[in-house]
Write a protein that binds this ligand. Structure first.
Ligand code: SAM
Ligand code: SF4
Length: 322
């Protein structure tokens, strides 16, 4: 099992398969995707090697992310190979959801076990203004299709100051009947969003207080759920998870590692740099990849330094998948 110097064990890999995206989320890619150089994302073989090496070291859950992972045509093949890898019990994807209605059945048949869909607002006009895409209803159709298939579904929403109370109240209304887990994520500073961050960051602590006052109860975490705090309520079909990276102790339960679409290992989302594993991922043996991982994990720091405004190498989350 991969274990760092602070006793944290890593059973969860976030694997970015592209950094290309077709949305323009105001906190991530406000000017849209810019192609600054020619590059090749990890091939199927490199992805297979990566997943096998991690699985052999105790990884149980793989999340495919990006950029927008559904922009890769071989996504069903990637899901299938992850699902077929011995030791992998959960194959998840994080997506902006624009392809869900057409492809979620294919992904499910390929072996997908859970899905995170990013929906920052249930107001179609606000959704359009945040993401640059007028696609809310298509994405909601996709969410309902996923639920009908029995896929465990979460909805990611970044908390944004101007959306405030209306964002929360419309989600709460929705969760009465829809059995998804809503993940409210505090906006994080990155290398490229400082001004936006200053104007829009809001703590999720008042949301936690409000939930507890309204009878929501904190639930015990699953082994793979990591730093999120999750809440349930007997009158609601859905649940709520809060991701509060600015809270002290957030990193104590870190259980995940990240590989970029170009094959760099990021020991933290806000690590100073990615460590290039591409050569060994493409032509090394599984044992050689594992040896590198076991050696490198000792470099993982106890915590990120976000409160000091240190965002490391991450210019925007589309580089790495969040
Ligand atoms: N394109 C896919 C999507 O949006 O779901 C996958 C990649 S996206 C980078 C993964 C998650 O990161 C999304 O839920 C997005 O809202 C979140 N995210 C992006 N930038 C963020 C930021 N600065 N702070 C907090 N969450 C962010
Ligand atoms: Fe694209 Fe996801 Fe970033 Fe939005 S958050 S711009 S959908 S990568």
């Amino acid at each position: 099992m991969l274990e760092d110097g602070y006793g944290r064990r890593f059973s969860y890999l976030r694997l970015s398969i592209t950094d290309v995206c077709n949305f323009r989320c105001s906190y991530c890619l406000p000017d849209g995707y810019q192609c600054d150089s020619d590059r090749e994302f990890l091939s199927l073989k490199e992805i297979a090697n990566t997943i096998s090496a991690f699985a052999g070291l105790g990884t149980k859950k793989i999340r495919l992310t990006g950029g927008e992972p559904s922009l890769r045509r071989d996504l069903p093949d990637i899901i299938a190979l992850a699902a077929a890898t011995a030791g992998i019990t959960q194959v998840a994807i994080t997506t902006n959801g624009f392809k869900l209605p057409h492809f979620v059945e294919d992904w499910f048949s390929a072996g997908l076990t859970s899905l995170n869909v990013s929906i920052d607002s249930l107001d179609a006009r606000l959704f359009h203004s945040i993401t640059g895409q007028d696609k809310l209803h298509t994405i909601l159709d996709g969410v309902h299709k996923a639920l009908a298939l029995g896929l465990k579904t979460k909805v990611n929403a970044v908390l944004l100051k101007p959306c405030g109370d209306t964002q929360l109240s419309s989600f709460l209304e929705w969760l009465k009947d829809v059995p998804v887990t809503l993940r409210l994520i505090e906006l994080m500073q990155t290398g490229s969003n400082l001004e936006f961050f200053k104007q829009n960051h809001v703590s999720a602590l008042p949301v936690k207080t409000q939930l507890l006052q309204q009878g929501w109860v904190q639930v015990l975490k699953e082994e793979t759920s990591g730093p999120a705090e999750e809440f349930s309520h007997p009158d609601y079909a859905g649940r709520i998870g809060l991701i509060m990276p600015y809270n002290p102790g957030f990193c104590t339960s870190c259980n995940r590692l990240r590989i970029s679409a170009l094959g760099k290992l990021h020991l933290c989302l806000f690590a100073e740099q990615g460590i290039d594993l591409r050569p060994v991922l493409s032509s090394g043996t599984i044992e050689e990849i594992q040896q590198q991982l076991v050696d490198l994990i000792t470099q993982k720091k106890i915590s990120h330094q976000l409160v000091s405004g240190l965002t490391g190498a991450t210019q925007q989350f589309s580089m790495l998948g969040g």
